[in-house]
Design a protein. Structure first.
Length: 308
């Protein structure tokens, strides 16, 4: 099997890069300042990323198996789009939109969180054979939405560890408390609830961490491989609604389909903002803060975010 895979020209991505030409998007409505400004922003984001990739030669750094490379990419065949999921950057609502685009739902507003994430309605690109993967990578419009790395990290921590959670507390919480909390009480060790942000960061930065990485705090560079996959559209969480609705026009979505405004879960909580992040970072030493920034170094550079 190993020998067969090594002989297949598509089985490894080494040397098999997407053509630099981006897919022509429908820009016939680009009249007027708003859309022209957004198009200009897109050009700048793509040029910035391409420039970074050339300088850092990240294609060599990120050689990986093709199937793994596309494991976070969702497919919508009707409108020929590929969406690379970045958790905590609007991904739940993007999956709702993809379900509407594909005809699986009439409205994005009536789809529950569990249906979005556990309903198995949307296909991922790695579920296709190698030819199916390669054809879609070359022919479909590929898009990604990113977020300031520290905001994304704090948002993930708040979501998974500050609310009851039947997966993250027993799996991650117990392991984190056991390794990083001195004199932990029996209740904490038994339930894994009450992980502190500082303990979570100790786990994140530990090269011998007691439990593996998770997509909610994995670097975007390792989720979506932006130097290997040539994304046609780069949206940002900070301008989520306008970027999303602009993209929907570009791919010919129904005119009445707008990106949902609602917060997916814990809707009464304050959104994770720069000010909220500052409060959490106060719990860390100066060295821990720097190491956390370093952990997301590529994400900061690729998408032109600045660490504060």
């Amino acid at each position: 099997e190993q020998q067969r895979m090594s002989q297949s020209p598509l089985s490894w991505f080494r040397g098999v890069y997407l053509p630099p030409a981006l897919h022509p998007l429908n820009k016939t409505f680009l009249k007027g300042g708003k859309w022209e400004a957004m198009d200009s922003t897109q050009e700048k984001r793509r040029a910035f990323l391409q420039d970074f990739c050339k300088k850092h030669n990240s294609r060599k750094m990120l050689q990986t198996h093709l199937v793994h490379l596309v494991s976070r990419i969702y497919v919508e065949d009707r409108h020929k789009v590929l969406y690379c999921e970045v958790p905590k950057a609007g991904c739940s609502n993007w999956k709702r939109v993809l379900m509407v685009l594909s005809g699986l739902a009439a409205s994005a507003n009536n789809i529950s969180h569990d249906d979005v994430h556990y309903g198995k309605h949307l296909r991922r690109l790695d579920s296709f054979d190698l030819k199916g993967i390669y054809v879609r990578l070359n022919a479909y419009t590929k898009f990604i939405f990113v977020r300031d790395p520290m905001e994304r990290l704090v948002s993930a921590f708040r979501d998974k560890f500050e609310h009851p959670n039947s997966y993250y507390h027993p799996v991650f919480g117990k392991a984190i408390i056991k390794k990083y909390r001195h004199n932990a009480d029996e209740e904490a060790l038994k339930t894994g609830s009450g992980v502190k942000f500082k303990e979570f960061i100790q786990y994140l930065l530990d090269s011998h961490r007691p439990v593996g990485m998770d997509i909610h705090w994995e670097q975007v560079s390792k989720l979506c491989y932006p130097c290997l996959i040539n994304y046609d559209f780069i949206g940002k969480f900070e301008t989520l609604e306008e970027d999303a609705n602009y993209f929907l026009q570009l791919v010919g979505a129904p005119a009445d389909l707008k990106f949902p405004k609602f917060k997916d879960r814990h809707s009464s909580d304050e959104r994770t903002s720069a000010e909220v992040v500052r409060q959490y970072l106060k719990e860390l030493s100066k060295e821990e803060r720097q190491l956390t920034y370093d952990f997301y170094y590529l994400d900061y550079l690729m998408f032109n975010y600045t660490s504060s």
